[in-house]
Design a protein around this ligand. Structure first.
Ligand code: FES
Ligand code: FES
Length: 157
């Protein structure tokens, strides 16, 4: 099976068996290992990427299902010159991570959250991110980071 899609702005063709998961293709064929695997049950959210702007768990989607789509992984979120996306900058400044294992998926889920709910309050942010599990932070600084990114995005609009 040969699948064409765009990953981090770059057209890619991936030859893979029909049962290949998106996360496998990203990690094993494109070496985009910032997309993590924390479970095999679609619960942890560590594998979250953006598909046409929407956050999805890439361990729960076949590569074939995203043929023709625009996929963004954590490697593609910053500007080409290395300038961090506002959400990445906010996580860094607010100490929204410790070990970092959940962070790529958490950041991408948060980007989609802010697109869909730019004025979400702390309770809504927690609800919207409940599909992403963090074992380190207690979530407080993650919520602060999302709020800071919301404010930065609103100020830039
Ligand atoms: S690895 Fe996909 S949800 Fe855990
Ligand atoms: S920072 Fe360690 S799991 Fe979230």
């Amino acid at each position: 099976m040969s699948i064409e899609l765009t990953v981090n702005g770059r057209p890619r063709r991936i030859d893979a068996p029909a049962h290949t998961l998106l996360v496998q293709a990203l990690r094993e064929q494109l070496q985009l290992t910032g997309t993590h695997v924390g479970c095999d049950t679609a619960q942890c959210g560590a594998c979250t990427v953006l598909v046409d702007g929407r956050a999805i768990k890439s361990c729960n989607v076949l590569l074939a299902q995203v043929a023709g789509a625009q996929v963004t992984t954590i490697e593609g979120l910053a500007q080409p010159d290395g300038t961090l996306h506002p959400m990445q900058a906010a996580f860094k400044e607010c100490h929204g991570l410790q070990c970092g294992f959940c962070t790529p998926g958490m950041v991408l889920s948060a980007v989609d959250l802010c697109r869909r709910h730019p004025q979400a309050d702390a309770r809504e942010i927690r609800e919207q991110l409940e599909g992403n599990i963090c074992r380190c932070t207690g979530y407080q600084n993650i919520v602060r980071a999302v709020q800071q990114a919301q404010a930065a995005t609103a100020a830039a609009a």
